[in-house]
Design a protein around this ligand. Structure first.
Ligand code: SIN
Length: 315
């Protein structure tokens, strides 16, 4: 019997990933060591920690906590500054697509960061993070500011020439997703990544009758398995409303090959792993790859396109 070859490579609007699985920005992608580990791993691409212009220490510790089905964080964008990430990309032999994640503390800082990234051809694409929920100095998150986001993206595309995608927060109303999609559809955006963590969650240690992280009185972004239904819903609604050439990178609640299958069935072209990467370390990519191939074999699918976006509804 001839075994069919299973192709789990991905294309994000023409950006070719040898494997559809990569890390989510923020998790084990901040330092030279983290990024070198990712370069040497089987991940299909690399996303750097969201950077600001200058290095940042981030919020006070403890700022991350995980339990069996989720995680809470209020990291506050600890990062080594854009120059560090650019230098890393410039000096290393880059063997897969590399996405520079940017999250300026102000609109002006975002313009400067995108301008700077445009000067370096080894950066495959920019992932503009408009959804960090943990910045104490910033009241507004652009991803939830429907008026601000339109004006902002219009200005970015006056000078940006690089493939650029946007990391979005979760939305909870169809009308909000439709509104954002209609705005994004007006611009030459390459991809969206959805979703970032669910903002303003609270986890409690019942024995101590206390919160578990220190910044923001314990409130933080929720990730992990617990958020998968929200990720799937956002992916599928964006798949419905976005222009078909804008790829969706699914993120949220993936810890198995089955979870990846569900993200792709909802319309994702590739996926990112956050909390599970943090829990399991670099070997997660190889395990997920094996599980996804196993599942596709069982279902007799030879590539992601055989089922991407083909979620069925009940009659
Ligand atoms: C953080 O550094 O606070 C997390 C970044 C994010 O969730 O976008």
């Amino acid at each position: 019997m001839i075994m069919k070859k299973i192709d789990i490579s991905a294309s994000i609007n023409g950006i070719k990933l040898p494997l559809c699985i990569m890390n989510a920005s923020g998790v084990l992608c901040s330092t030279d060591q983290d990024l070198s580990n990712l370069l040497n791993s089987s991940s299909g691409g690399i996303v750097t920690k969201s950077c600001t212009y200058k290095p940042r220490e981030g919020n006070i510790l403890p700022r991350y906590f995980e339990w069996n089905i989720g995680s809470i964080n209020s990291m506050g964008l600890p990062n080594l500054g854009i120059d560090f990430y650019i230098n890393f990309i410039e000096k290393k032999k880059i063997n897969k697509p590399i996405f520079l994640s940017i999250s300026g503390l102000s609109i002006e800082e975002n313009y400067s960061l995108v301008q700077k990234a445009n000067q370096y051809s080894k950066i495959t694409a920019i992932e503009l993070n408009l959804s960090c929920p943990n910045i104490l100095e910033k009241e507004k998150m652009l991803g939830y500011d429907f008026y601000g986001i339109s004006n902002f993206i219009e200005n970015i595309f006056k000078f940006n020439k690089k493939p650029l995608g946007i990391k979005l927060p979760p939305y909870f109303h169809e009308a909000h997703i439709k509104n954002i999609a209609l705005i994004l559809n007006q611009f030459p955006i390459f991809f969206v990544t959805c979703i970032n963590s669910l903002p303003n969650g609270l986890f409690i240690d019942i024995n101590k009758e206390s919160v578990v992280i220190r910044p923001k009185k314990g409130f933080g972004g929720i990730g992990g398995s617990i958020i998968k239904p929200f990720a799937l819903a956002n992916i599928h609604k964006f798949y419905t409303y976005l222009r078909k050439d804008i790829a969706i990178i699914g993120c949220g609640g993936i810890s198995s090959g089955k979870d990846i299958f569900e993200h792709i069935l909802c319309g994702a072209s590739a996926v990112q792993i956050g909390t599970q990467f943090m829990k399991e370390g670099i070997s997660v990519f190889e395990r997920l790859k094996k599980e996804l191939i196993f599942l596709l074999k069982k279902k007799n699918y030879s590539s992601l396109n055989s089922f991407k976006g083909k979620l069925k509804y009940l009659q």
